[in-house]
Design a binder for this molecule. Structure first.
Ligand code: SF4
Ligand code: F3S
Length: 106
C-alpha cells in the first residue's frame, strides 16, 4: 500500500483524494491517511501531492517509517474523505517545513 508521511501535516491539499479510484483516504484535522487494505497500489496519488508526502510503502524514507503504522491505525478511526476540498489556510507556509511530527492532530 501507499503511505502518507509527514509533509502532509498542516497542509492537507487533498489533490490525492481527487485521483484515488477507490476512495481509500481518511481525514484527520490536519493530516490524511491511506487505508492499507483498501489501497490498490495504482500510484495515481503520489505525483499529484504538492508536498510530496505520499510514498509506496517499500520506498518510505526511514525517517518516516512510523507513518506506516500511523496510516494503518488512523484509517480505521477517522472518517473517509472522497472529495477534494480547500487546503488548510497555513498550507503554503508549512509546505516545505521539516519536523512537523509534533503538530499532528489526532
Ligand atoms: Fe488510492 Fe492509488 Fe493512491 Fe492507493 S496508490 S491511495 S489506490 S490513488
Ligand atoms: Fe496531504 Fe498531499 Fe494529499 S498534502 S492531503 S497527501 S495531496
Amino acid at each position: 500500500a501507499y503511505v502518507v508521511a509527514e509533509p502532509c501535516i498542516k497542509c492537507k491539499y487533498t489533490d490525492c483524494v481527487e485521483v484515488c479510484p477507490v476512495n481509500c483516504f481518511y481525514e484527520g484535522a490536519n493530516f490524511l491517511v491511506i487505508h492499507p487494505d483498501e489501497c490498490i497500489d495504482c500510484g495515481a496519488c503520489e505525483p499529484v501531492c504538492p508536498t510530496k508526502a505520499i510514498f509506496p510503502e517499500t520506498e518510505l524514507p526511514s525517517e518516516w517509517s512510523e507513518y506506516k503504522k500511523l496510516n494503518t491505525d488512523y484509517s480505521s478511526k477517522w472518517p473517509n474523505i472522497a472529495e477534494k476540498k480547500a487546503a488548510l489556510p497555513e498550507a503554503e507556509e508549512y509546505k516545505d517545513k521539516k519536523g512537523k511530527r509534533a503538530e499532528l492532530s489526532t
